[in-house]
Ligand binder design. Structure first.
Ligand code: NCD
Length: 322
């Protein structure tokens, strides 16, 4: 059992909750790699899950959809451009509409930080934050932890170097503090305009160069420049210069210890924060992150829905047949 029935932020989860999710994800990951019959479960049959994606997404939306479908739930996708929000409907009214349809879970991604909290206040079902503005992206942090734990067998004691656009990253917003809580250390590096105003709040050290950040790293975590969040600000001289000073290339990979792994939440801009050769290198765990993503989201959906006080934990259909 988890201590919460919503996932807004990694701060909603205790260390015990995180271990429960990662253990359950291990089971799903194993089953997902076997036969079609084994990877499909009926544990969420009868539940309705709405994926409300008000911002573009490839892997996160698909991953939640596959996760829900593998568990036998009915999954409905609503994208921003196809919702009545473009006709001027408020977020509160959208939430009330989804609630009136007895939706059991809403997975929400939005440009504005705090959108998942508005949903939570207006629906009876569970709400999962799939990325809100520059704030948090908790299931990304969970799948990253799962990838690290699968690679090293533990999180405690790892040194994680996060390189790139730290200030605009909701991935860092969820990942950095939980790594600290779990006994890992985090160092960040990037152009000054991309550095967080309060690194102490995130619990990270700031390196002056990428090479300084890479020294002693077990994990190198690369981030995209989130151009859509920079507004009209001209924060960078050129992408070519960025690649030279802050990009991961083969020369920098050669400086790493042999056990060091490379991660990236995607979408990747090959040739900017990472060269194509490095993205496909043996040390790259980028596709493993995507693979863990489905297993982790299956675990999150099952465990949050099992924790509903206002709904039976058993699938509704089973209750009707009882
Ligand atoms: C991230 C996001 O949307 O926050 N991507 C993802 O969910 N895998 C990172 C990004 O957009 O750069």
């Amino acid at each position: 059992m988890l201590s919460t029935r919503h996932l807004m932020s990694m701060d909603d989860l205790t260390l015990e909750d995180i271990a429960t999710i990662l253990d359950r994800a291990d089971t799903h990951r194993e089953l997902n790699a076997t036969s079609a019959a084994a990877k499909k479960h009926g544990s969420l049959r009868g539940y309705t899950i709405v994926n409300l994606f008000l911002e573009p997404s490839t892997r996160t939306r698909t991953s939640f959809e596959i996760a829900g479908k593998r568990l036998g739930a009915d999954v409905i996708n609503i994208s921003g451009s196809a919702s009545s929000i473009v006709k001027g409907e408020s977020l509160v009214d959208t939430a009330l509409t989804l609630d009136a349809m007895d939706t059991d879970m809403v997975v929400v991604r939005a440009r504005a930080a705090g959108t998942p909290q508005v949903m939570r206040r207006n629906i009876r079902g569970s709400v999962v934050n799939a990325g809100d503005g520059k704030h948090e992206h908790p299931t990304q942090a969970l799948l990253d932890l799962h990838t690290m734990r699968t690679s090293f067998g533990h999180i405690e004691g790892l040194r994680v170097a996060i390189v790139g656009d730290i200030a605009h990253s909701r991935v860092v917003g969820s990942l950095a503090r939980v790594l600290n809580r779990m006994g890992a250390s985090v160092v960040v590096a990037g152009p000054p305009a991309f550095m967080p105003a309060r690194p102490d709040v995130l619990g990270v050290e700031v390196a002056r160069s990428i090479d300084e950040a890479l020294a002693g790293a077990d994990v190198v975590y690369l981030l995209r420049i989130q151009l859509e969040r920079l507004g009209s600000l001209q924060l960078l001289p050129s992408l070519r210069e960025y690649a030279r000073f802050w990009g991961m290339d083969e020369r920098r990979v050669a400086s790493l210890a042999p056990h060091t792994i490379l991660m990236h939440p995607g979408p990747m801009n090959r040739g900017v924060e990472v060269t194509s050769e490095v993205a496909d290198a043996v040390a790259s765990r980028i596709n493993d992150q995507v693979n863990s993503g489905v297993a982790v989201r299956m675990a999150v959906m099952e465990l949050l829905l099992a924790n509903r006080e206002d709904l039976p934990a058993q699938p509704v259909k089973e209750l009707l047949n009882a």
